[in-house]
Design a binder for this molecule. Structure first.
Ligand code: CIR
Length: 261
């Protein structure tokens, strides 16, 4: 597995915020937390590619939003936030040796955080960042490879994967306040603990599941289901409305293998 990451921008405090208020972000601490996150991915067997920080792009640590990788190709998205539009240029350079690149074009917008891949099914959140044209373009680009796109309504959160993410083959972790269960009826659903409303974002990497360490009750639910969880402190990144999936693009270096996150 490859994990593309990028160091925390020194401008992180100027990040976009949509559903949470602006607090004081300790950028040095965010960088330290990000290093530990990268170490966790490496310990789970990923080859971690660490790109230099981008001072001009406050949110550029959240690499997930600018590209999504399937077995056959990578799709460069067109992020919904204007300040994030050019973040993908460097990521495209890094991805190009691994996959042919396809591109979402204006007026479409699409954030990778809105795309939940489960095998050949791609669930895509209709959010403030991802519009119907973006979802339609993704469907057109990936249909030749046998992927089916399922648009999903979300509410009160930034991205689809704020509300639901893949916990294991056949099981999703969900915040039911932010997304309906119906589109995920084919899967087992573990709900976040009601006291941990932001806990639904977990990252599959290797044999493990990475999650933020501030959600012990939801972690207990995952472990009770037999899942192995690695908890990391990402408190400063959470103040930038980030979570664990958004800080990496994880994919199989060998096309044809089944990968999902
Ligand atoms: C933004 O609003 O774009 C960033 N501050 C946070 C992006 C988080 N991305 C993600 O969860 N996929």
């Amino acid at each position: 597995m490859i994990a593309i990451t990028r160091e925390v921008s020194p401008a992180l405090a100027d990040c976009e915020l949509s559903f949470i208020g602006r607090g004081v972000i300790d950028v040095a601490r965010a960088a330290t937390q990000h290093h530990a996150y990268c170490a966790a991915l490496a310990a789970l067997g990923c080859r971690v590619i660490r790109l230099d920080a981008e001072p001009g792009f406050p949110d550029s640590v959240f690499v997930e939003d600018v590209a999504m990788v399937v077995d056959e190709v990578a799709v460069m998205t067109r992020p919904g936030a204007l300040s994030r539009r050019a973040e993908g240029l460097r990521i495209a350079e890094v991805l190009s040796p691994f996959r042919p690149l396809l591109h979402i074009e204006a007026p479409a917008t699409l954030d990778g955080g809105d795309i939940l891949r489960i095998g050949r099914d791609l669930y895509v959140g209709r959010s403030e960042r991802s519009n119907d044209a973006g979802i339609a373009q993704l469907a057109t680009l990936l249909a030749p490879y046998g992927y089916t796109i399922h648009p999903v309504a979300i509410r009160d959160c930034l991205h689809l994967k704020s509300a639901v993410s893949l916990a294991s083959d056949g099981t999703v972790l969900m915040q039911p306040a932010w997304v309906d269960r119906a589109p995920f009826a084919a899967y087992d659903i573990i709900e976040v603990d009601p006291a941990e409303q932001h806990a639904a974002n977990v990252l599959r990497a290797g044999q493990g599941l990475v999650m933020a360490d501030c959600f012990p009750r939801t972690r207990a639910r995952l472990e009770a289901a037999g899942l192995s969880v690695v908890a990391v402190d990402v408190s400063e990144l959470q103040k930038a409305e980030g979570a664990v999936t958004c800080c990496s693009i994880v994919f199989d270096a060998a096309p044809g293998a089944v990968a999902a996150h």
